[in-house]
Design a protein around this ligand. Structure first.
Ligand code: TXA
Ligand code: MG
Length: 355
């Protein structure tokens, strides 16, 4: 808590980001400071990926385990030349198809190109080009490849607004570039190309398996899904930690919609009778069926983009309301539903009821 007395600056940006608006933030990054910045997925906690002292402070500010590597953000494909060794041609094609965008590639790193803390000692580095004008402008203006984990305290829901960053990190980082709410709301999909042309999803995210499958048939998913629990150790170290969790105890309920609603109504009623505060995260189609202390609608089940965009803000909202027990309606693990259910399961510490 030694930085507690220092204030974290807020730099509002109006888009397209103007050079003068980002000057102070870019200077701070160049001199080894920590600046949170908006991306299309969630806010990142930026630091010069080559500066070990800056990266050490990132881990300290977040309270992040040191064996969990960071993603490096670039604004131009040419920046890869100084970061990674030759990579499969398929990776290049997928970059052209999905960058800028929520897709992170785990690639062989040039020894010494980034701080060893960024890669957590691995011989690979995660790289992505975010699809956000303020992020791209900040990377260009700072001249740094920006290491950027999500700008939350480790274990907390990722931040999708500048205010969430301040809730977790005020006084612990130099500043935050405020670009408003993030559009996608879930982190990037992390992939690695194995063998000749096998795409392996290490963390589901904003680019869906179906999108990848279209570009490169034969995609494999290396993450637990409803279909079966993971058998191998996760290749993406971050996947093994409890994550995104609200303070309240959360359970996901999956199944036929009317049975799901009946189960949640019953469980919430029992909890209320025990004197506990209750919250429900429901799709718009059923939100009116619940009587909890806080009922949040996450948009239509037919359009999961809205649920993804609002998920982390909803979890933080339950915390602000002091909710002790939370039930969330599950959804099919297709399209964005795969990443959504992955984050929900983690927020719930794996507690899923099937009805
Ligand atoms: O959308 C995002 O990816 C956001 C924004 C800010 O870009 N960033 C983000 O970073 O989610 P973070 O640190 O919260 O998550 C990074 C994930 C972790 O699961 C980590 O284990 C994995 O990427 N990762 C990073 N480098 C890796 C590597 N070399 N090999 C395997 N997994 C890696
Ligand atoms: Mg994170």
């Amino acid at each position: 808590m030694k930085n507690k007395t220092k204030r974290t600056k807020v730099w509002p940006v109006t888009l397209p980001a103007d050079v003068r608006q980002l000057q102070e933030a870019a200077d701070l990054l160049r001199s080894g400071g920590l600046v949170a910045f908006p991306t299309e997925t969630v806010y990142g906690l930026g630091a010069d990926a080559r500066n070990t002292e800056a990266i050490r402070q990132v881990f300290e500010a977040k309270g992040r385990p040191s064996d969990n590597p960071l993603i490096v953000h670039i604004a131009d494909k040419s920046q890869l030349d100084a970061l990674v060794l030759p990579y499969p041609e398929l990776a290049g094609r997928l970059m052209d198809a999905f960058w800028p965008g929520p897709l992170t590639f785990v690639l062989p790193v040039i020894p010494g190109a980034v701080s060893p803390l960024v890669t957590a000692g691995l011989d690979t580095v995660g790289v992505r080009m975010p699809d956000h004008p303020a992020a791209l402008a900040l990377i260009r203006q700072s001249g740094c490849p920006l290491a950027g984990p999500s700008a939350n305290k480790s274990g907390r829901p990722s931040p999708t607004e500048a205010g969430h960053v301040l809730d977790d990190l005020d006084g612990r980082i130099g500043g935050v570039v405020d670009g408003g709410a993030c559009g996608v709301g879930l982190e990037s999909t992390v992939i690695q190309i194995t063998g000749e042309d096998g795409v392996r999803i290490l963390r589901p995210g904003g680019i869906t398996p179906e999108q990848l499958e279209q570009a490169a048939p034969g995609v494999r998913i290396d993450a637990p899904t409803a279909a079966g629990e993971q058998t191998e150790a996760p290749r993406s170290p971050g996947m093994k930690y409890t994550h995104y969790a609200p303070h309240g105890e959360m359970v996901i309920v999956c199944g036929e919609p009317s049975a799901v609603a009946a189960c949640i109504r019953k469980e919430a009623g029992l909890a209320k009778a025990r004197g506990e505060t209750t919250g429900v995260l429901a799709f718009a189609e059923h939100a009116a069926e619940y009587e909890a202390d806080v009922v949040l609608s996450c948009g239509s089940k037919q359009e999961l983009g809205q649920a993804a965009a609002g998920l982390y803000a909803s979890l933080r909202h339950f915390d602000e309301a002091g909710i002790q027990r939370i039930w969330a309606e599950g959804c099919p693990e297709e399209g964005l539903g795969l990443a959504l259910m992955n984050r929900l399961r983690k927020a719930a510490g794996g507690q899923v009821i099937r009805v």
